[in-house]
Write a protein that binds this ligand. Structure first.
Ligand code: ADP
Length: 335
């Protein structure tokens, strides 16, 4: 659906060209939720503003549904942008308009819908985002989560095929974040909408995204299915994001490991393997004794996963490792 072919972007400031995105090629498939994670200044907003062509690439081509949008003129751009909805960190609602009027606004602006069509669509969208009872309120009378729901309804008004989310949950508390992410996941599933989401939180990626690109200094440094990137991060920047999202203090972890004896392994279970009573079985079979240094069970989108750090002593270690690997457990030797 979205294809970047060697796309690059520099901003001209005075007589200097500031590189924001180095030559980047990526493909985002129809109907997927694609996350872009990176620190401030990594080039995430630039990438997203290139997708809706608020920015023009300095080089390369952008194809949407196979069509080259790189050289669109003003008229073509207006029509194209109706196919791309966007939601923002600070919601960007019009404070002098009611919830209903905010949602109706892009349809009025497009000038191609009748009054009845607009009314029907607003009613439908209010129900979709759970705000039917708030139609006549003003943004100042809403909570942050409700404001973002208005933002989502407004973004969907002209029936876009792509939804861009710019740090859409960064201004929300954890519980509200969860409900907004759930709404986005429902919309993705029910409408088949392609969602591109930029964030500085790996946790957001873990909850809703199918694939992720990690950005650093204008470059995509790692890209792949979320389960792969999240559970087996390769690039140092990705590792930082994953550790941060799991609240792991690496110095503390190193210190803890020094007190443990024997071999130290990190086991990663995914899907069915997460719930199997495997450790006791492996310990009995191999005669290895283990103690758990740390562990967690959580979900990547709907797939459960578990990670355990163990210290192992005695017994037949290679037999234990072979048994774990045979049960689809990823084994990483930390020491
Ligand atoms: P992110 O969204 O990851 O924080 P941005 O895409 O906003 O990153 O920025 C990438 C780089 O481009 C930064 O160095 C930033 O300072 C620069 N940049 C972004 N927008 C502009 C602009 N309009 N003019 C000049 N430089 C810009």
């Amino acid at each position: 659906m979205i294809e970047f072919d060697q796309v690059q972007k520099s901003y001209q400031v005075g007589d200097r060209a500031i590189p924001a995105l180095h030559a980047t090629s990526l493909t985002i498939e129809t109907g997927e939720v694609f996350g872009i994670v990176g620190h401030s200044g990594a080039g995430k907003s630039t990438l997203i503003r290139l997708i809706n062509r608020l920015e023009r690439p300095s080089g390369g081509r952008i194809l949407i549904d196979g069509e080259n949008v790189t050289d669109y003129d003003a008229g073509e751009l207006r029509a194209y942008r109706r196919r791309v909805g966007m939601i923002f960190q600070h919601f960007n609602l019009l404070s002098s308009k009611t919830v209903s009027d905010n949602i109706a606004f892009p349809m009025k602006l497009a000038g191609i819908y009748s009054r009845q069509q607009i009314e029907e669509r607003v009613t439908e969208l209010l129900a979709r985002v759970g705000l039917t009872d708030h139609a006549r309120k003003y943004p100042s009378q809403l909570s942050g989560g409700q404001k973002q729901r208005v933002g989502i309804a407004r973004a969907l008004a002209c029936r876009p095929t792509i939804l861009l989310c710019d740090e859409a949950t960064s201004a929300l508390d954890p519980q509200t974040t969860q409900s907004v992410l759930r709404l986005l996941a429902d919309i993705n599933r029910e409408l088949g909408l392609t969602i591109v989401l930029i964030t500085h939180e790996m946790d957001v990626v873990r909850r809703v995204c199918d694939r992720v690109a990690v950005m650093d200094a204008g470059e995509v440094v790692e890209m792949g299915p979320v389960s792969e990137v999240f559970l087996h991060p390769k690039h140092p920047t990705t590792r930082d994001f994953v550790f941060e999202s799991e609240n792991i203090d690496r110095d503390e972890m190193q210190e803890d490991l020094q007190h443990a004896s024997g071999r130290i392994l990190r086991l990663t279970f995914k899907g069915e393997a997460t719930y199997k009573p495997l450790l006791g079985h492996v310990a009995r079979e191999s005669g290895v004794d283990f103690s758990i240094l740390s562990g967690r069970i959580d979900h990547i989108k709907e797939t459960p996963y578990g990670q355990l750090t163990l210290s192992l002593v005695g017994g037949d270690l290679s037999r234990a490792m072979a048994a774990l690997e045979a049960a689809d457990v990823h084994v990483e030797v930390l020491r």
